[in-house]
Design a protein around this ligand. Structure first.
Ligand SMILES: NC(=O)c1ccc[n+]([C@@H]2O[C@H](COP(=O)([O-])OP(=O)(O)OC[C@H]3O[C@@H](n4cnc5c(N)ncnc54)[C@H](O)[C@@H]3O)[C@@H](O)[C@H]2O)c1
Length: 424
């Protein structure tokens, strides 16, 4: 038998699950992609895939016939070939010759679609948050592990130059020991009419609601604005804040919080949205507390970048980081701040990393286990907010300690005939 050296052995061991069931592909092979959820970000992801190159979009799926047509027109204009259009994701997954899917539906659909894709042995780029509840996210991790397919979660800020540079700087110890972190995104939410009305004719609202409760349709809970609706997007921390909580975890090298305590409410937008317009959550991580704050109304008192960024308070320096810029602020009067500009196309890089992983049969940079950890962190904060209690998390057992009301929210009941995928 041929002797393997250590590198070949380790490389083979790591790559082995990914090679199961399909032959190794050439690096330049066209990846045949299907898109599930052709709204705003699905098309952003598809355009990132085209920019990364070597992709053909062979099929599109959406429960809104209008979105399906618009996105098919757009894809045809970009690649010169019209993709198939389908209403049901189960049919898209049957498309002959399909290699990979992008899932960009609202979060309450991610688990069923991701797991079905894994079972069909397809590679998958799944948008954040990974799932609607923590148990779904666990089932997704298990499905990915079992299938051995390539799976990337859409936390593209991990590719942002500013976040990478700040991470290197902090991890090299330049800011000293990080004692506290403040994370915030304040913005004035653009709301639509919350009055219930008949859904648009081209939209299958029952299917859109899927495994979640069938809530009355209004423009405020439909396309795009679902993010501030409790039963689908679950609010600003889960929707947008999760990016910065993920980046914070990644920069600190943290996994799960030991506990979370959140408080806030609907003080300004009551009757218009169903998640807090004002929220503070304190995550106790091993290394230090991380405080999240958001406010979805009012004036932008701070500079825009302070309203959307992370402050790492080290015992030597404070480091501020936002999407395209990071700043070091030394302790002591009169010391000069250093502003570092670092623009990057983070979404393109995250997609390119996925496509490269598909061709090379390797795991991409942000797999389901990482997606699980960030999704669980923000969901625990919402559980704390909704139960008005401190939530203590046993990360090994993935259980909330001594808090029945909070534990019940780890998994939501699915609407019949849908079946929750968690088997635990
Ligand atoms: N990574 C990022 O920075 C980023 C930014 C925005 C959105 N997102 C994520 O992308 C996803 C989509 O968000 P969006 O803003 O594009 O929402 P959107 O409302 O614009 O689009 C969602 C689309 O999914 C369709 N859909 C719903 N149920 C479906 C089903 N069962 N099968 C097929 N299609 C279905 C809807 O009809 C709609 O066209 C979410 O997970 C969101 O969190 C990520």
């Amino acid at each position: 038998m041929q002797q393997l050296n250590r590198r070949q052995f380790l490389g083979g061991a790591l790559a082995a699950p990914l090679l199961s069931g399909r032959a190794l592909r050439a690096q330049d092979r066209t990846v045949r992609v299907g898109l599930i959820g052709c709204g705003w970000y699905g098309m952003v992801d598809v355009q990132a895939a085209f920019k990364a190159g070597g992709v053909e979009v062979v099929a599109l799926c959406d429960v809104d016939a209008g979105h399906l047509k618009q996105s098919a027109d757009k894809v045809e204009s970009l690649q010169g070939k019209r993709p198939q259009t389908l209403k049901l994701y189960q049919e898209l997954l049957e498309t002959k010759g399909l290699d990979a899917v992008i899932i960009a539906t609202p979060p309450h659909w991610h688990a069923l679609q991701f797991i079905a894709a894994m079972e069909k042995k397809l590679d998958c780029y799944c948008e954040k948050p990974m799932a609607y509840d923590i148990r779904e996210a666990r089932a997704m991790v298990e499905a990915a592990r079992k299938s051995g397919r390539v799976a990337q979660i859409g936390f593209q800020r991990r590719q942002a130059g500013a976040i990478r540079q700040a991470r290197d700087y902090i991890q090299a110890g330049n800011a000293g020991r990080i004692v506290q972190v403040d994370v915030q995104i304040h913005y004035e939410a653009v709301l639509k009419d919350p009055t219930p009305k008949a859904p648009p004719a081209e939209l299958d609202w029952d299917l859109w609601c899927g495994p979640g409760p069938k809530i009355p349709y209004s423009d405020q809970v439909g396309h795009m604005n679902w993010r501030l609706e409790k039963t689908s997007g679950h609010g600003h921390l889960v929707d947008w804040g999760i990016h910065l909580i993920d980046a914070t975890r990644w920069i600190l090298g943290e996994t799960s919080p030991q506990s979370v305590m959140a408080a806030g409410g609907l003080y300004q937008l009551a009757g218009k949205i169903t998640t807090p317009d004002t929220l503070t959550a304190v995550f106790e991580f091993d290394k230090c507390p991380v405080t999240w704050r958001h406010r979805l109304w009012g004036a932008a008192e701070y500079t825009p970048e302070i309203s959307n960024g992370i402050l790492f308070y080290g015992d030597k320096e404070t480091v501020f980081v936002t999407d395209n810029r990071w700043v070091t602020i030394p302790r002591g009067k009169g010391k000069e701040r250093k502003v570092n500009e670092a623009a990057s196309e983070a979404g393109l890089l995250q997609m390119a990393d996925f496509l490269d992983a598909v061709r090379a049969r390797r795991q991409p940079s942000c797999g389901p286990e990482e997606g699980f950890l960030s999704t669980a962190a923000v969901k625990l904060a919402m559980i704390s907010y909704e139960t008005g209690s401190k939530v203590t998390w046993d990360a090994m057992r993935e259980e909330i300690v001594g808090n029945k009301a909070a534990s019940r929210l780890l998994k939501r009941d699915y609407r019949a005939p849908y079946k929750h995928p968690y088997q635990g």
